[in-house]
Design a protein around this ligand. Structure first.
Ligand SMILES: [Zn+2]
Length: 59
């Protein structure tokens, strides 16, 4: 099973899931800008933990 990571665009706030090997995309799928992306994957039990496939809503 491929590990996925949640990214959040620092420009428009759009969250999306991508395979971890692919790294961050060149441009944001939502705003189309070349953005910085934050890893917002859930790593704590509050949002289900890393195996849940959830993002962390606090980030
Ligand atoms: Zn964006």
């Amino acid at each position: 099973m491929t590990k996925k990571v949640w990214w959040k665009c620092n420009h428009c706030g759009y969250r999306f899931q991508e395979e971890i090997e692919k790294g961050t995309p060149e441009t944001c799928p939502s705003c189309g800008e070349t953005c910085t992306f934050t890893d917002v994957t859930c790593y704590s039990p509050e949002c289900g933990g890393p195996e849940s496939g959830n993002y962390d809503p606090r980030l």
